[in-house]
Design a protein. Sequence first.
Length: 94
Amino acid sequence: MLPDRPVASTLKGLWIPGEILRHPELTEKEKILASLIWNMDQKPHHCYASNRWFGLQMGSSEKHIKNLMTSLRKKGIIKQLFWNGKVRVVTITI
């Protein structure tokens, strides 16, 4: 079983790595999402937060997060490591 992640109200801040902040192809929302993933991408579990959780953090809908995740995958910023129809595991590639 994967360890619990904090609920939306417990997020106290976000570190944005320079590689993400200065990336010329990323929108501001993509930079925020990529930074959330980067901060959560800890081995051995990597990042497995749901679109709903990301949406709560960013004030966005699950559909918007889904679109951002797709864009980040297409741009090579994240890689999906696992998907079983319920749980998705991603890792940052930069």
